[in-house]
Design a protein. Sequence first.
Length: 133
Amino acid sequence: MIKLIIGDKGSGKTKRMIDMINDAVANTNGHIVCVEKNMKLTYTISHAVRLIDVDDYGISGYDCFYGFFCGLLASNYDVTEIFVDGILKIGGGIDGLAELLDKIDKLTEKSVEVVVTVSTSPENLTEGVKKYM
């Protein structure tokens, strides 16, 4: 299942995601992963969460990110939640986001909850992205 947190820069998306991460730490029996660009969440989320900076792995573009995402799931079957902060920065823009979300949704089905922040106004989203709102 994919959930999107959408809003313009400065609208509180990351704060909302941090709250969701900390709630998940208190309520899950599985592993939680947070993927971001530029380790800005290091001191704001629980140390129990696996925090990954995509820049450490040279991830850029949606195809590269999808391969990385598959590797996360393949390496640990106990992952129950994955949080992705700043997907547009990772992927390079809105083009291709709907296709990425479709592939992630198919891959995770109902086994992993995926929460993604998208820094834009809802009006800028394609119909393919809006279906995950």
